[in-house]
Design a protein around this ligand. Sequence first.
Ligand code: BTN
Length: 249
Amino acid sequence: MIVKNIGEKIYIFDQLTSTMDKAKEMVANGIDDGTVIMAKKQTNGRGSNNREWISDGNDALFSIVLDLSTSKISLIPIITAYSILLTLEAHMNKKINIKWPNDVLVDEKKISGVLIENFIQGGVSKTILGVGININSSHSGSQNFIYPSTSLMEILNKKIDVLLIVDQFLNNFNLLYKNLFLDKINLEKISEKLYGTGKIIDFRTNYSTDENMSENNKYKILGLNSDGTLRVSNSKKEILSLSYSEISS
Ligand code: BTN
């Protein structure tokens, strides 16, 4: 399979409901895989679990159309988060971690989010990868997530060019995406950036245990498995693998 460059074509819109919606609409009208759809503003930006994704302007808000076999999809969240992490690391000397499966935290504050939606179009399955990186927005006092949020501007005390960050992200993502198809993703290196390894972290999961389902569960993080699932142990010291679909928050 020939993997074309992601972001060879980038469409930038002043305002959309959500880049996810526009990407789906454009797929229906036939656009190339790897196309990036960006918005300067979203009126109905969405996050995971039907939450809103709010941006008060000048942030990176984009979706990428991907054509992926199911065997490769499981690593997409982690390689996307790692691409964001590498992009940010080039701008600052701070503790940056991946809160599995795909949140990126700077000094324990959330700076970006990733939303993945799969759908079937004309018998072909497509993946829309949505990325939001807080670049020039203000977050003091916002309590949208379990973690407080932040932006690059708040960290660096200056306005940052959104297109520069998107370009750097696409460079990092292209490299990792190609390695994904060559089975050359270095998960050990990525694991070093995992937030909370060895610690007990709360995950709201759909994982079914003997006595409960769909409630907050505390897990000790052990590391990443080769398929991108998270290896954890529960309070009974049982080893489990959490997959992206089992996490509801
Ligand atoms: C999350 O952390 O909950 C995921 C947030 C994903 C936000 C991005 S912004 C671009 C794309 N369009 C959307 O409506 N959502 C994603």
